[in-house]
Unconditional design. Structure first.
Length: 367
C-alpha cells in the first residue's frame, strides 16, 4: 500500500526511516530479547535510552548546563496549569494571546493568580502576532509596576498559522514559551527563555510525551496545593523517573532526535529545508487566483499554513478530492475554516511540491 502525504496538524507524519527503525527493533531491542514496550523503566537498558534522548536533544538545541530537561506526560495542555502552579510566586504573570492554545493557557492561569493580558490579536481573528513594540512597552510597564513572575507566549500557533519572528523583550522577567508546533524546526537560543515546553506529537515523536526545558533557578517550591505529578522539583530530582514515564514515546523521541542530528545534519539544515517547503507553498498561494493565505505576511508560520478559497463548498470539494488523491488531513480548523497544510520536519520537500501541483490542477479545473 502506498503511503499518503499526511498534512495532519498532530499527531503528525514521522520520517519513514524512523518508522523502519522502530519496526526493526519492535520485537527485539538490540539483542535484549524484548521490545522497549516491555522494558522496565528501572532497567539499565532503559536508563541508557532516556539518557541518550536527553543528551541528543541537548546537543541539537545547545541547551546550557543550567537548564534541566524533563520528559513528562499529560500533553502540553497540562502545563497550562503546571506553569502557574510552579512559577507564579508573586501571583501575577503576563500573557500574550495569539490563538486558541494561548487563550486556554491564559484562562487556566487566572485560576491560580492574576493573569495579565499583555496583548492579543483576537480582533483580527488571530491572523497576526501583535506588534512587538507595543508588547515590549507593556511588559516593561507591568514589570516596573506590580511586577510579573513570567511572560507567556505560544511561539507558533498551530490553528491560525502564525509565528513570532522576534521574541518579546522581557528583561529580568522569565520568558515562558509553548513550542509544541515548532520545536526543533530551527535553531533557537535557549538562554533567552526561562522555560520551554512542547508536546511531542508534531515535530518530535508520538502523542503522550511532553518535554519541559527549565532554567534551574526557576525550580523551587510550588504552590502548596500543587499535585505531586505537576511539581517540577520532584521530576527534576528524580530525572523524569518519579513514576513510570511514557517509555516507548521517549524511545521514539530519541530516534527522532538522532534522525535530526545524523540524517538531517542538525537544526540549521532542518531550518533550510523547512524554509524551502514553506516558500514553495506560500509562493503559490500568493500568486493563486483561487487559494488565499489567511495570515499577515510578517507573521507566517513555516509549520502550519492555512488557506481558503472564500467559498465553503469549494473548500469542502478541495479537501475531498485532495484526500482521494492521497493528500490527507488538509481540512482547516473550524475557527478558521478552509484548509491547513501542516508541514512539520518529517514532511519532505517532494510532498509539498506534489501538493502544489495538485492545487494548480484543482484551480485550473475550478475557475
Amino acid at each position: 500500500m502506498a503511503r499518503v502525504h499526511n498534512f495532519s496538524a498532530g499527531p503528525a507524519a514521522l520520517p519513514t526511516s524512523v518508522l523502519a527503525e522502530i519496526a526493526d527493533e519492535m520485537m527485539d531491542y538490540r539483542g535484549c530479547g524484548m521490545s522497549v514496550l516491555e522494558m522496565s523503566h528501572r532497567s539499565s537498558m532503559y536508563q541508557q535510552i532516556i539518557n541518550d534522548a536527553e543528551a541528543t536533544l541537548r546537543r541539537l538545541l545547545s541547551i546550557p548546563d543550567n537548564y534541566r530537561v524533563l520528559f513528562l506526560q499529560g500533553g502540553a495542555t497540562l502545563q497550562f496549569a503546571g506553569i502557574p502552579m510552579n512559577l507564579m510566586r508573586r501571583g501575577r504573570a503576563g500573557y500574550v494571546v495569539t490563538g486558541n492554545f494561548a487563550n486556554k493557557a491564559y484562562k487556566e492561569a487566572a485560576k491560580y493568580g492574576e493573569a495579565v493580558l499583555l496583548a492579543s490579536s483576537e480582533d483580527t481573528n488571530f491572523d497576526r502576532i501583535p506588534y512587538m513594540a507595543d508588547v515590549n512597552a507593556r511588559i516593561a510597564a507591568e514589570a516596573a509596576g506590580e511586577g510579573l513572575d513570567y511572560v507567556y507566549i505560544c511561539q507558533n500557533n498551530t490553528i491560525y498559522g502564525t509565528h513570532y519572528s522576534k521574541l518579546p523583550e522581557t528583561g529580568n522577567v522569565p520568558l515562558v514559551a509553548d513550542l509544541s508546533s515548532c520545536i526543533c524546526s530551527e535553531p533557537i537560543d535557549v538562554s533567552k527563555y526561562g522555560l520551554i515546553f512542547a508536546g511531542a506529537q508534531k515535530n518530535l515523536g508520538p502523542a503522550g510525551v511532553t518535554i519541559v526545558i527549565i532554567r534551574e533557578d526557576l525550580i523551587s517550591e510550588p504552590m502548596e496545593f500543587t499535585p505531586t505529578m505537576l511539581r517540577y522539583d520532584i521530576h527534576a530530582k528524580n530525572n523524569s523517573l518519579y513514576n513510570t514515564p511514557p517509555c516507548y514515546g521517549i524511545y521514539m523521541c530519541k530516534l527522532m532526535f538522532e534522525w535530526l542530528k545524523n540524517d538531517i545534519g542538525g537544526l540549521e539544515n532542518m531550518a533550510k529545508i523547512n524554509r524551502k517547503k514553506a516558500d514553495i507553498l506560500y509562493s503559490y498561494l500568493d500568486s493563486s487566483k483561487l487559494f488565499k493565505p489567511t495570515v499577515q505576511g510578517n507573521s507566517r508560520s513555516m509549520m502550519n499554513i492555512p488557506f481558503v478559497t472564500g467559498d465553503a463548498e469549494l473548500d469542502a470539494k478541495f479537501v475531498k478530492e485532495a484526500a482521494a488523491a492521497g493528500f490527507v488531513n488538509l481540512k482547516g480548523h473550524r475557527t478558521v475554516g478552509g484548509m491547513r497544510a501542516s508541514i512539520y520536519n518529517a514532511m519532505p520537500v517532494e510532498g509539498v511540491e506534489a501538493l502544489v501541483e495538485f492545487m494548480k490542477k484543482f484551480e485550473a479545473e475550478n475557475k
